[in-house]
Write a protein that binds this ligand. Structure first.
Ligand code: GNR
Ligand code: NI
Length: 168
C-alpha cells in the first residue's frame, strides 16, 4: 500500500508537460496501483500522474458511487468533443478547498490504452467527461484555476501559500 504525496498549487512542477508512456511494464502497473490507492485515500474521483510528480501520461479515475470501478487511461487523446459546453463546479486535490465553475465540452470521445497496452475508446459524459478533461489538462501542465480570472487565480494562489505557511 503506497499513498503518494500530491503536489499542491502553485507548485511549478504542476506545469510540466507529461511524456507518453512507451513501455507497458510492471513498473507502470505499480504506478497505476499506487495512483489508485492515492486517489481512493484522498478521496478523489481522479488523479493524473503529474499530481504525484511523475511526468508520464497516466490517469486513474473512479466516478462510481461504490468506488469499485477504476478506469485507467494511458496516453489518452480526445478524438471528438461536443460543440455544446457544460458548466460544472470543479475541485482539485492539488488545490484543496477551492471549488469553481468551469465550462468544457459536455461529451467527449476518448482513445487511450489500459495498463496492459490494450487500446480502447469510450464516449464520456457528465462527471466522467469533466474528469477526463480535467486530468488531461494536468498531463499538459494545466490546472483548472487557469480557466478563472486573473484576479481569482491570484486570490487562490495567496490562499494556498498562506495555508502552506500555517501548516509548516
Ligand atoms: O476529486 C476530484 N473531483 C473533481 C470534481 C469536479 C471536477 C473534477 C474533479 S477531479 C478531482 C480530483 C483531481 O484533482 N484530479 O486531478
Ligand atoms: Ni486535479
Amino acid at each position: 500500500m503506497t499513498v503518494l504525496k500530491i503536489l499542491r498549487y502553485p507548485d511549478p512542477r504542476l506545469h510540466q508537460v507529461a511524456r507518453p508512456v512507451e513501455v507497458f511494464d510492471d513498473a507502470l502497473r505499480t504506478l497505476v496501483k499506487d495512483m489508485a490507492e492515492t486517489m481512493y485515500a484522498a478521496p478523489g474521483v481522479g488523479l493524473a500522474a503529474t499530481q504525484v510528480d511523475v511526468h508520464q501520461r497516466v490517469i486513474v479515475i473512479d466516478v462510481s458511487e461504490t468506488k469499485d470501478q477504476l478506469q485507467v487511461f494511458i496516453n489518452p487523446q480526445i478524438v471528438k468533443a461536443s460543440a455544446e459546453g457544460r458548466i460544472y463546479e470543479e475541485g482539485c486535490l492539488s488545490v484543496p478547498g477551492i471549488y469553481e465553475e468551469v465550462e468544457r465540452p459536455g461529451v467527449v470521445r476518448v482513445r487511450a490504452f489500459d495498463e496492459n497496452g490494450k487500446q480502447f475508446e469510450i464516449d464520456a459524459h457528465d462527471l466522467l467527461a469533466v474528469c477526463i478533461q480535467h486530468e488531461i489538462d494536468h498531463l499538459d501542465g494545466r490546472v483548472f484555476v487557469q480557466y478563472l480570472s486573473r484576479l481569482k487565480q491570484n486570490r487562490i494562489r495567496s490562499k494556498m501559500l498562506k495555508s502552506d505557511r500555517e501548516a509548516a
